[in-house]
Design a protein around this ligand. Structure first.
Ligand code: DGY
Length: 331
């Protein structure tokens, strides 16, 4: 009988990462990428010592109680709002995430979505594909400038800072930011960003970009009241998490022209999208792909796998999300 620790890979991942895991563990993988119910997930996890999860796999207190053998969940995402971290810590289950390896790729995408939204790239492409482009006109698809504009970033972690650098150094933008805690002066200078309160940011930014982690405190950071404070010419970009923006209120603001446009990579209740967002023209919608380059997604999966190997064979992990480290469940 195998004495290797038993691992569940809860969603399909790169075959090379599965091969790597199989060198160390007895692995069961959901390589058909089936949508398991919470009960099915428990059934697959009940005899496992560890799991490789993605942001769509919820690790709840009830699941932890039903899976007493489980000792670690390694998330292939920097965000970990799919983990009930206090319940994991109380149960002695280690959680890890996948930061850093996706920072620049995600910042590239934040900027791509900003540019596509402000310059109306998808809206004008749909117009062209529909055969509506018959002649040039002076005001056709006029958008707003990126260069020289004021970029307001809410959430100034690693990804926020990487976007700030792109804006300040690459596009000559005035970058302002709001964050739970202010950055030190050297970091502010390195990313060319100035700290302001949230209201000042909403009122003065031409483009508001959200990269704040999801928590109860950040739920609906942007709702009807915040949208009303923004400039009518402003653009709103959400690459953070669904639930940071009140999507219903945003759809109303877009339809009524209270802000100019929005670019959304994440949605409340995704993969469902609020139906009103699907019918307003001035919004660019993408299916949670900010970190989606092959190289970066592979690095995220490998980091999750490395955390599992380090936990079981070196007694440590690279990127813990519950600190102090939980007292491990007995093997
Ligand atoms: C992350 O890493 O948190 C991205 O949103 C992908 O899930």
């Amino acid at each position: 009988m195998s004495t290797k620790p038993r691992i569940l890979v809860a969603r399909a991942i790169f075959p090379e990462v599965l091969d790597f895991l199989s060198q160390h563990f007895e692995v069961e993988s959901n390589q058909d990428d089936l949508d398991w119910s919470p009960e099915e997930l428990v059934r697959h996890l009940q005899d496992k010592d560890g799991a490789l999860t993605t942001g769509s796999v919820s690790i709840s207190a009830a699941l932890l109680a039903a899976c007493p053998q489980l000792r670690i969940c390694a998330n292939m995402a920097v965000g970990f709002n799919n983990f009930d971290v206090p319940a994991m810590t109380a149960a002695g289950v280690q959680g890890t995430n996948a930061p850093d390896v996706l920072t620049e790729t995600t910042a590239d995408f934040g900027f791509a979505l900003l540019m596509a939204t402000a310059r109306r790239v998808t809206e004008s492409e749909h117009y062209l594909r529909a055969g509506k482009w018959t002649r040039w006109s002076y005001d056709m698809f006029c958008g707003s400038d990126i260069h020289g504009a004021t970029l307001g970033i809410i959430g100034m972690g690693r990804i926020g800072q990487a976007i700030a650098r792109r804006g300040a150094l690459g596009f000559g933008m005035q970058v302002i930011y709001h964050n739970r805690s202010r950055l030190d002066a050297a970091t502010e200078a390195a990313c060319g960003a100035r700290y302001v309160d949230k209201d000042t940011l909403l009122q003065s930014a031409d483009h508001v970009l959200l990269v704040v982690p999801y928590s109860a405190a950040s739920h609906h950071t942007i709702g009807a009241a915040e949208l009303a404070r923004m400039k009518p010419t402003a653009t709103l970009i959400n690459i953070a998490r669904g639930g940071i923006v009140d999507d219903a209120a945003l759809a109303v603001a877009l339809r009524e022209g209270r802000i100019a446009a929005a670019g959304l990579d994440v949605f409340e209740g995704e993969p469902k999208v609020h139906p009103d967002l699907l019918t307003v023209p001035n919004v660019v919608l993408t299916p949670h792909i900010a970190s989606a380059t092959r190289r970066t997604r592979l690095a995220m999966a490998q980091l999750a796998a490395d955390n599992l190997v380090d936990y079981f064979f070196r007694g440590t992990v690279r990127t813990p999300v519950n600190t102090p480290l939980p007292v491990a469940r007995s093997a």
